[in-house]
Write a protein that binds this ligand. Structure first.
Ligand code: MG
Length: 209
């Protein structure tokens, strides 16, 4: 199973970190499968970072194998929609970027991808390109987003990623974070929500220890 992640896919988030939003192509990176932290398991804050940030992201579960997916078929690859966190060791990431080094250790470390257990089928949404989600830290909303604000929509992401990487059933695609990212500390509780046809659903609940 592969975990694809998209960087800077919301203009307001790119701006809040002082980055330029990509114009031509999505910014793709990967996390290893060991990054997944199943829903409701606590996240133990590691000692190699003093500045781990939450990034709440809509996650697509890939429905079937394929490569070089054409735009007209891209949505057939959406097997389910979930919600997760792309935890990022911001201090390490900045250090690595300054050196021009790859940022895997800042993004792909163990348990850096807390993930809700539930994925909703595409039919559970009125419009896959306009899904609302949000996250509360300690009972206060810190992030909210809509997939309609993504710079590259699901079709564009699936087409682009599948040019380089063969998609396999069960792969995950973290679609990028909206603005409002911030640090986590021990004791924090992070709860993510996503809105389906039926209303708002609690998708994950992660405690930082
Ligand atoms: Mg992210």
């Amino acid at each position: 199973m592969k975990i694809f992640c998209i960087g800077r896919n919301y203009a307001a988030h790119a701006a809040e970190l002082g980055n330029k939003a990509p114009k031509d192509n999505p910014m793709v990176f990967m996390k290893p499968p060991t990054a997944i932290l199943p829903n409701n398991k606590p996240f133990y804050h590691p000692d190699y970072s003093d500045d781990i940030h939450y990034e709440t992201e809509m996650v697509v579960k890939i429905a079937k194998n394929g490569r070089h997916v054409a735009p007209g078929f891209a949505m057939d690859y959406v097997g389910g929609i979930g919600l997760g966190l792309d935890l990022t060791a911001r201090d390490l990431q900045n250090e690595l970027r300054q050196k021009g080094h790859p940022w895997e250790i800042a993004k792909g470390f163990d348990n850096s991808a807390p993930l809700g257990a539930t994925f909703y089928a595409p039919e559970e949404f009125t419009d896959l390109n306009d899904i609302a989600f949000r996250m509360e830290k300690n009972g206060e909303e810190v992030q909210h987003g809509r997939s309609s604000n993504m710079i590259f929509n699901l079709t564009a992401l699936i087409c682009y990623v599948s040019r380089f990487f063969r998609l396999q059933k069960g792969d995950l695609l973290f679609t990028g974070t909206p603005a409002g990212v911030g640090p986590i500390v021990r004791g924090d509780e992070l709860i993510g929500y996503l809105t389906t046809r039926e209303g708002e659903q609690m998708m994950f609940q992660t405690r930082v220890k």
